[in-house]
Design a protein around this ligand. Structure first.
Ligand code: ZN
Length: 253
């Protein structure tokens, strides 16, 4: 009997973003050379494994190490796909219960937005890929990046490819995709250095405040890391607006 050395793959939902137009939302064949892991077959067509949450081979859910031998039909679903698939093997837990992030060097504004929303987010504008991956592994942090190559690295366990280009749209996208909304806690973390804020009495900071702030605000926090003073002013109003727009988009879709 001649060995069949190709399997049929089909990608669902936003995983199609990674495929060329002619492969989107349809089945196509991939060479498996008699034995190729599911993970390797998926990555060979350009989809980072970190984006994948569920793989069904001939009707059965499998892990990434499952070997394809040719002739199988493979359906690949993204992370956080909102289908009830509880009886099946999910490749990743959902939703993230204690989300922590490390942002790629081009996502500084997104990192600041996430910190303002209360999420622990590391960022350095001169960090190389190795350092970002190491921080992700050491702290079980989700890598946020617009570089698909970073997420294809075999050692990466947690990652999310950010589609949006503008930073507020990126925040809305990440909150929606990773189901972060219930965990948002503004006014708890320094947007500049990621340190948790502490309460500070008005009297202790009043000398350092602009006059308008002195007149209108009563609650203040201080960053023990860099000394910045925070109040619920324009930044927070703006972020609330961003998150409300994200929520509206979400309920409309
Ligand atoms: Zn700070």
């Amino acid at each position: 009997m001649a060995a069949r050395t190709a399997s049929e793959l089909r990608f669902y939902e936003e995983l199609n973003d990674f495929l060329p137009a002619e492969r989107r939302k349809r089945a196509f064949t991939v060479e498996v050379d008699r034995a190729r892991s599911v993970k390797d077959a998926i990555e060979s067509v350009g989809v980072p494994h970190t984006e994948v949450d569920l793989v069904i081979v001939d009707g059965r859910s499998v892990g990434f190490t499952h070997l394809l031998r040719g002739g199988e039909r493979v359906a690949v679903y993204p992370m956080f796909e909102r289908l009830d698939i509880t009886p099946l093997v999910r490749l990743r837990p959902r939703p993230l219960r204690d989300p922590r992030f490390v942002a790629d060097t081009h996502l500084g504004k997104l990192a600041r937005h996430l910190r303002m929303a209360g999420f622990d987010t590391l960022y350095g504008n001169d960090w190389d890929d190795d350092r970002i991956v190491a921080l992700s592994l050491a702290g079980r942090r989700t890598i946020l990046t617009r570089d698909k190559g970073m997420l294809r690295r075999g050692e990466v366990e947690r990652g999310y490819f950010v589609r949006a280009v503008e930073s507020e749209a990126q925040l809305a996208e990440v909150v929606r995709a990773l189901q972060l909304e219930p965990l948002i806690a503004p006014f708890v973390r320094c947007r500049e250095c990621n340190t948790p804020l502490e309460d500070v009495p008005r009297a202790a900071v009043v000398d350092r405040l602009p006059e308008k702030v002195r007149a209108f605000y009563d609650r203040f926090k201080r960053c023990p890391g860099c000394g910045r003073i925070y109040w619920e002013g324009t930044h927070f109003a703006r972020m609330k607006g961003v998150l409300e727009r994200a929520r509206a988009q979400d309920s409309a879709s």
